[in-house]
Design a protein around this ligand. Sequence first.
Ligand code: 6R9
Length: 636
Amino acid sequence: MKDTLPMDEKYKVHMSKYFEEYERSLKDVNGFWNENGRIIDWFKPFDKVLDDSKKPFYRWFINGKTNLSYNCLDRHIQNEKRNKVAFIWVPEKGEEKVVTYFGLYRRVNAFARGLLNLGVKKGDKITIYMPMILEAPIAMLACARIGAVFNVVFSGFGEQALAERINNSNSKTIITADGGYRKGNIIQLKNIVDKAIDLSNGVDNVIVVKNTHTEIDMEPDRDYYYDDIIEDGYVEPEQMDSNDPLFILYTSGTTGKPKGILHANGGYPVWIANTLKWAFNPKDEDRWWCAADIGWITGHSYIVFAPLLLGLTSVMYEGAIDYPKPDRMWEIIERYGVNLLYTSPTAIRLLMKYGEKYPLSHDLSSLKTLGTVGEPINPAAWHWYYEVIGKSRCPIIDTYWQTETGGFTISPSARLGLPDLKPGSATFPMPGIDAEILDENGKNVKPGEKGYIVIKKPWPGLMLTVNNDDKRYIDTYFSKFKGKYFMGDYAIQDDDGYYWLLGRSDEVLKVSGHRIGTIEVEDGLVSMKEIAEAAVFGKPDTVKGDTIVAFATLKDGYEKSPELIENIKKRIRNNLGPIMVPEEIHIVSTVPKTRSGKIMRRVIKAVYLDQLPGDISTLENEASVEEIKRAVDIIK
Ligand code: 6R9
């Protein structure tokens, strides 16, 4: 942890500015957010910064009226940004498409009109299930414009996962595409939507973008082509209350049911615009590339909204970062002159595995700042990113945050002053984030000791609640340490005050940066007719972070066979989606349980990883451990 890389003096002189701003953000909440809350335009200014009278349901920028689509588009087209490029959209294969701020404004208005013509109203919920095409941000912005609450579902999720999100969000309109491209293959998205609708409570409208031009079924009076409903013109942006819901985004937790995280129209945009500015200090002429998917919070906040709020030019990439060749990412940086790159440790580790010759064959001199997100970055990957990609001239902005936090919570700040960087540390909290690390009893741990990271005070990017489940919001986030926001991660603060994030403290995995609840996969397994019980855990993987491993028992009358396992994997792929498919499924006759019948995942995982299983005094069936040991011996 002492491996410190002194940053260039030009950054360090400003470090005092960071501490000054940070102090002020905590001591003078009103003054600080009165000022920084104006990073967006308000139709009607807020008359109070924070209402904390109904803790932990914090409300920000009280009585302020605003609109996110207005802030991303209309205000820029009134000035010199009108003809600036908003997105350079790069397809998996073929030539890019460029859209200016005015072009995007026009297209968002046309789609917003189309939605209104279909009868969509303010407050309606809309599910967006789309590939990484320009119509995806257009759809999100059009919803925001008319005040419809959008719910983007990652296009890698299967029919059952989609159906559950359509139902839980109560969406009656779905926006999708005929298909999407993935590594040369076509994913038949509309077919998946059709199946999901059969499993759902029913929907009124399905809007389909023609993308892959594949054959699809169109249901009369329900399904419409995007091209047929758009209508040029101006749609007045709805005056949204700061605390009206803006979007729902589902994320995995420690139960089988994903949580619909609900973000607001006021606090969320204020937070993401400020944090992007503080952390990366983007300049007007910079080209920003956030290489994530819009189906995740990273894509919402830092592909779509924050860069548009700041009026930046972004690259948006449709495909996989190593397709058609392992140099795809470096080729895009060179071709489009990317200055600020934001990606994940899992991507860095994958590209690192292919070797240096790929980045070295491209001119990456446009790069100024490099960012990472999604999981802790291991020092080896950090060094490779810093030295091979950034040529030791670009600071690494390691941003620690979550779906629930809206935007960055702990991250170096290139604008307010960079600390000397330590590979693997996200360094210091963003202004407004009052973090601390606690032990099991809620006492502060000493420097260097591992504990749970919490945030003591609210900040504008904090979610409003869990959709339709205020109790779950309180139970999950504000109960373990009463009144403090519990992030679910382990952390250490070192002697210099730097934060080191050490991974999840719960049953949540990060598979290639994607957040997956082990219980969700278990539920998917036990819903199959052959499976009686299942235990799922993460196996550390040098590229993906975690891979999914499952142990399962079969119901009477079923025999284990390689075909059965393949068939189970196939069904998980269809129902839940490719990212949820366990890499290994082991069939055993019993799984270790407590006397009260709870599956002891931790014991299975320990045996599997050849570690000590810890306290097994509550174990009911010791023979099961022996069986797992034997199963593991066979695999290894
Ligand atoms: C943005 C995002 C959140 C969880 C979070 C933590 C992990 C994210 C990290 C990181 C260490 C970082 N995480 N960034 N851990 N260092 N820089 O990933 O949101 O999908 O909700 O996941 O990801 O475990 O709790 P989300």
